[in-house]
Design a protein around this ligand. Structure first.
Ligand SMILES: Cc1ncc(COP(=O)(O)O)c(C=O)c1O
Length: 472
């Protein structure tokens, strides 16, 4: 072996650099550092996962010539395909149809078979990409179903690799570790290792608007998930590879914030990253602002430090995030305001009315009658407990065995989604197709409630003003 050479490319996984950000942090006096996982040979942090998954599978008897099957949004597939090429395995990858063409082409370049499934179906629908992968794995012989969502080797990969590497590189001289939440492998494994070494470190997850995680962590409620554009993070079910208990906090970002930050990271910091990297940094900047407000921006005479995990690179998003036409068509660029945002609907509406969980049905009915409203949120010390609508009250009284003296907590429904004031109105239509109402939440506070009729009303007014002739 020649001096300085590696045995093969799999030995180049890891040892990714950590870099200080300068221009995208919005002037918050907290240092934000990024770990450049996109520099891994397979293009993302999933190289660490793939190495550990295959190590475990081979220990369990997987032999060259066998087939690796996985439900993957692209990066895990790319990393498994790379290792499969080296070690002589076949690959079948199943992915949702919202994924970019570049990701699919990338997998096919390694000789993998790619099966594309609809995104807009429930996770337990037989057409979903999780269920399809499961079926293919069942029907294939000499198979290894990687199952990253439920395989303990996923968080273990980061416990054995990312965690120790970060500890070695930094000596623990940072206060917050921040990463996007997908399968949870990164946060659960890295978080566990760092917590063991640094009991005071804060582990912060970043979740896109539309995913289940945020409301569950903040409110303990399972709300209606809805689709969003950023790839690789957020979920519509709870993978067992995600240990939510490891989290100290969670920050929510919307598509627009993710994509504008992704472009800024590239143009201002020279970091050509994917959308989840933009999401993680946008989330870290928000968290830094919260630290400043709490008086935590200074630690022992120096600025507090946040370390952010940048999962993958920008190449696979050239036709989306880095394409102005795509950004404009989706209303993500400054010069493309679209129809507007949820803020435009809620502003001007009367203040939000809510009920406490111990309020009696009778009181809530009176409240709804007096204020002429058809539904209201049930809130317990700032925490959303659910939503109650006329139809729920009717059902409870007529066939649900409740009386006017029953507490409203017994009648609340989970049939709502949460959005932020910045959520685009184009997205709301999809949100309200599945959920009864959209609760508008800003910095942990409920600031509004949007029903289907509010949306229709807004759209009708918008159309009318768009089509009215200009005043002469
Ligand atoms: C681009 C991208 N970012 C972030 C993540 C989230 O990482 P993890 O699954 O370890 O939570 C993924 C996972 O699929 C990803 O592909």
């Amino acid at each position: 072996m020649m001096k300085g050479a590696l045995q093969d490319i799999s030995h180049a996984v890891g040892n990714t650099p950590i870099v200080l950000l300068h221009k995208v942090t919005g002037g918050v006096p907290v240092e934000i550092y990024v770990k450049c996982e996109f520099l891994n040979p397979g293009g993302s942090h999933k190289d660490r996962l793939a190495s550990n998954l295959l190590r475990r599978a081979e220990e369990d008897g997987l032999k060259p010539g066998g087939t690796i099957v996985e439900a993957t949004s692209g990066n895990t597939g790319a990393s498994l395909a790379l290792l499969a090429a080296l070690r002589g395995y076949k690959c079948v990858f199943v992915m949702p149809d919202k994924m970019s063409q570049e990701k699919i082409a990338h997998l096919r370049a390694f000789g993998a078979r790619v099966v594309v499934c609809p995104t807009a179906v429930e996770a337990d629908d037989p057409r979903s990409y999780y269920q399809t992968a499961l079926r293919i794995a069942r029907e294939t012989e000499n198979v290894f179903y990687a199952n990253q969502y439920h395989n303990p080797a996923n968080p273990e990969a980061h416990y054995l690799s990312s965690g120790p590497e970060i500890w070695q590189q930094t000596g623990g001289e940072f206060e917050v570790f921040c990463a996007g939440m997908g399968t949870g492998g990164t946060l659960s494994g890295t978080g566990k290792y760092l917590r063991e070494k640094m009991p005071n470190v804060k582990i912060v997850g970043v979740d896109p608007v539309g995913s289940l995680y945020y409301d569950f962590v903040k409110q303990g409620r399972i709300t209606k998930p809805f689709s969003y554009k950023v790839e690789g993070i957020g979920e519509d079910f709870f993978p067992t590879s995600m240990n939510l208990k490891i989290l100290d906090d969670i920050v929510r970002v919307d598509d627009r914030e993710c994509f504008l930050m992704t472009r800024d990271l590239t143009r201002l910091e020279g970091l050509f990253v994917g959308g989840s990297g933009g999401a993680a940094v946008a989330g870290a900047v928000k968290y830094a602002q919260q630290m400043l407000e709490r008086g935590e921006a200074n630690v022992a005479g120096r600025p507090a430090r946040i370390l952010v995990f940048l999962a993958d690179g920008g190449h696979k998003y050239l036709s989306k995030i880095f394409n102005d036409d795509w950004m404009r068509e989706n209303g993500f660029l400054e010069d493309s305001p679209g129809i507007g945002t949820v803020r435009d609907i809620v502003q001007g509406k009367r203040a939000i009315v809510s009920a406490r969980p111990d309020a009696r049905l009778r009181e809530v009915i009176d409240q709804m009658k007096t204020l002429n409203i058809s539904q209201l949120p049930v809130v317990d010390h700032g925490k959303m407990r659910g939503i109650v609508a006329e139809v729920d009250l009717l059902r409870a009284l007529v066939s649900g065995g409740k009386t006017l003296e029953s507490p409203i907590a017994e009648v609340v429904e989970d049939d709502y989604a949460t959005v932020t004031p910045n959520t685009k109105i184009e997205l709301l239509q999809g949100v309200l197709a599945d959920a009864k109402v959209a609760i508008v939440e800003d910095g942990g506070e409920i600031v509004g409630i949007v029903t289907k009729i509010d949306l229709i009303d807004f759209l009708a007014k918008h159309r009318a003003s768009a089509s009215s002739p200009p005043a002469s």
